[in-house]
Design a protein around this ligand. Sequence first.
Ligand code: D5M
Ligand code: FE
Ligand code: ZN
Length: 465
Amino acid sequence: MLSAQQIALRFLETKLQVHPEVVRFIQEKDEPDLIERIIAQVPGDTVVVSAKHIPGMNATREGIRFLTDPSVEVISGGPGTTGSVNGTSDYIHYFRDRYNRLGNMIRSRCGAMPVEALTRNSRYRQEECTIIGMVVDMKTTTNGHRIAEIEDSSAKINVLFRKDRPVFSDAERIIHDEVIGVKGKLSNDGKLFFADQLYRPDIRIDNSPYKSEQAGKAVFISDIHVGSNTFLEECWNRFADWLSDSDFSYLLIAGDLVDGIGIYPGQESELVIKNIYEQYDAFGEMLQDLPSRMKIIVSPGNHDVVRGAEPQPVIPQQFTQKFPSNCILVENPAVVSLQGVRVLMYHGRSIDDMIGLIPGASYEQSGLMMEEMLQRRHLAPVYGRKTPIAAGKTDRLIIDPLPEILHTGHVHIRGLTQYRGVLGINAGTWQSQTTFQKQMNVNPTPAQAVVVDLQTLQPEIRLFM
Ligand code: D5M
Ligand code: FE
Ligand code: ZN
């Protein structure tokens, strides 16, 4: 395998700089003539070779194709699919499913061997090889190196990421329970694995998103918090008027529809509607006032009435009596297709966990948090912290199929990102700062909506303050 330096030098010889993402892609592919093929086809005025210069001829949309539907198709997360958790055996199935599916995504890009085979057989010592495991523990040594304990279905092993190696910056972002691949060498005593390269299930660099053939626009929002005295009714009415004058076909709402009851300490004094049924009735009436030609897709969040453990079921019927018939209820998370453009809706509670664990992460940059999810192909990698996960037989929080759009909420601060062909959207909230958020130092960006043209996948921000 060529080193990053060798790759950068070859590009420099032809007066080109190269993006680290492309360097990594070339290393992973390990095809002898790949650099020359890339160089041969970059346009003459290129300064930095980036993902968009990678040969597009094999560009594919990851995952299964499906028939383009003129309107909405719920691909996963339709009513009644969350299932219940029956016992501890489901946790074993859950983690096995997570390891197998994410491990297979990594394995499709690099050959790997079981940890047990590696440590048992002394002929592998000092020979370069790759292993894939789930992160059990993560430590920093007294010298500042990082050690990840990883486990596959055969055994556990400690993996050392030296702070003076290029792989270290990737390793700093390793978090519990994610599935990673590492290429490197086993120590002479067979007890420690020295890592040179880290693989995540990540999106293929040449992923090219599907775009709708017909015209159509979708509007993305979340965190309405109806019932709270900080819900911005006037701004919402402006938004509703604007929608009435529009030709948009879809409105997607990613959770926290109402403020709920007893969600945070002292909430009662901040509620203008103190009855949960009345909160949903008020929300339903707001939806009735929107154009009936729009399809409105609604998923729950942690303030909603359903169980907090993810996947969260759809809002039950007794709360949705006032919802109009153009409303489609889905779970959290859910994948819906809008004219063939796949949207993964996820409220985003796991962002609370990731912010605490990933160096440099903050609520102001939810776009980066969505990238972290996509790189790990998982909506809530860390198990057992703030994000409750209902461990079913399969891991519904794995990002598969890969969507064109990842739609999150929860943080109440707008964030947008474009990562390897996937558009990440967090539209913020319709609630001004609560006393609790003030204590938590959360500074919301309320009353905004993100509009996406389904033919171009370009986002546009609208303000209603
Ligand atoms: O979350 C609204 C915002 O408040 C979001 O940015 C997360 C933050 N938040 C919510 N709960 C907590 C706790 N327990 N600690 C720190 N930050 C938190 P919402 O789900 O609308 O209440
Ligand atoms: Fe919220
Ligand atoms: Zn929330």
